[in-house]
Design a protein around this ligand. Structure first.
Ligand code: M6R
Length: 364
């Protein structure tokens, strides 16, 4: 049931204010994260964690990349992230006290499941962040955190991703207590989470201006997505969405890598999308952006008004709500989902069932 929406993907994008709320609401107790949400053994296991290894594929891998910024940046937890299809086929060194976190919407992805099975006897314990309670990954993991996104029908993952991010933020907080995260900081982040549904709502209201923006992409063959910090994986996710459903080649780069190669590609036929972070790196990013526009490239910048990015020739600014830094990757994902959706609709592709792809990759 598409509930009046033209596609499941659009319906699922619009569900995000509600489902991101469902991803944390029952897990908060007295202003802190209730770690029993992860399973009975959670406290005993978490006490022994020395580092984290995250494994996932596709969109779920991008969620893992964002979690690494959080784990190391907010809480000082050593964290590695790798795509399952690489990890499982190479000899790996697993340090003592490793919590193995698999992230998966379906809980049935063959490579992710195989990676978990391969390391079972070398890890401290396993935790799955998953959307399907009855799935194989959930059954085979020591601890689980359900994302509570509800069934996701569109092949392009949307609400599963943003709810995974909420789950990974909660995971960072409970583990972070054992590392460098103060209780005060945890309270502060938990309090910020309450703003999330409203911010997601606000981002969805940008739909009309993004639909307009999508016209600049429909006739193009290539595009570039730039971001820094946690917004680099968000740029990767935006690029994946565009490739997956509109079949336009899209590549993501950390903004600082631009002049190390990809800048040579930029011309009027290569639109560049930037998700602008609100942090000390903004000035450098602005300098990068000027280099692109000087080469005739067309820039689309998603930024909060306090970032003072000025529109100009070839520079389009799409105004985002002001977002607390820790929530930026969750909120900034929404307009990129909407962009890929509208470009695909303009191109007339099969939005919910893109060619050559399956919702759940249960074979290698
Ligand atoms: O079910 P999973 O999260 O394990 O699936 C992983 C990928 O196959 C999945 O995220 C894929 O990349 C999506 N179709 C992207 O939109």
């Amino acid at each position: 049931d598409k509930a009046g929406f033209k596609h499941y993907m659009l319906k699922e994008i619009y569900e995000q204010p509600a489902v991101t709320h469902a991803a944390f609401e029952d897990r908060i107790k007295d202003g802190l994260v209730d770690e029993s949400a992860f399973g009975e053994q959670a406290a005993v296991i978490f006490d022994q964690v020395k580092q984290v290894q995250i494994i996932a594929c596709g969109t779920s891998y991008h969620a893992g990349m964002i979690a690494k910024y959080w784990m190391e940046g907010l809480a000082g937890i050593p964290c590695h992230v790798e795509v399952a299809s690489e990890y499982r086929y190479r000899p790996v060194v697993i340090s003592e006290g490793t919590l193995f976190i698999s992230i998966s919407q379906s809980g049935e992805t063959a490579d992710t499941l195989a990676a978990l099975r391969d390391v079972q006897d070398q890890i401290l314990a396993s935790l799955t962040i998953c959307n399907v309670p009855a799935s194989s990954l959930v059954r085979e993991s020591d601890l689980n955190l359900m994302t509570n996104a509800g069934p996701e029908i569109g092949v392009a993952s949307t609400k599963a991703f943003t709810t995974q991010l909420v789950g990974l933020l909660l995971t960072t907080l409970v583990l972070g207590r054992r590392f460098k995260l103060s209780q005060e900081k945890e309270r502060e982040i938990v309090a910020l989470l309450a703003q999330l549904p409203g911010l997601m709502e606000h981002a969805i209201k940008m739909d009309g201006s993004i639909e307009e923006m999508s016209q600049a992409f429909a006739e193009k063959n290539h595009s570039l997505f730039l971001g820094r910090g946690t917004l680099y994986p968000v740029a990767m996710e935006g690029a994946l969405k565009l490739k997956e459903i509109s079949y336009i080649h899209a590549e993501a780069y950390p903004a600082g890598e631009l002049k190390h190669g990809p800048l040579a590609l930029v011309d009027k036929d290569m639109p560049v999308v930037t998700v602008a972070p609100r942090n000390e790196m903004l000035d450098k990013l602005k300098a990068n952006l000027q280099e692109v526009s000087a080469r005739g490239g067309e820039l689309f910048v998603f930024a909060g008004c306090s970032q003072e990015v000025q529109p100009g020739e070839g520079i389009h600014v799409l105004e985002m709500p002001e977002v607390p830094e820790v929530l930026e990757p969750i909120v900034y994902t929404v307009p990129l989902q909407l962009l890929s959706y509208h470009v695909a609709v303009l191109k007339g592709t099969d939005v919910d069932q893109p060619r050559n792809l399956a919702k759940s990759v249960t074979v290698e």
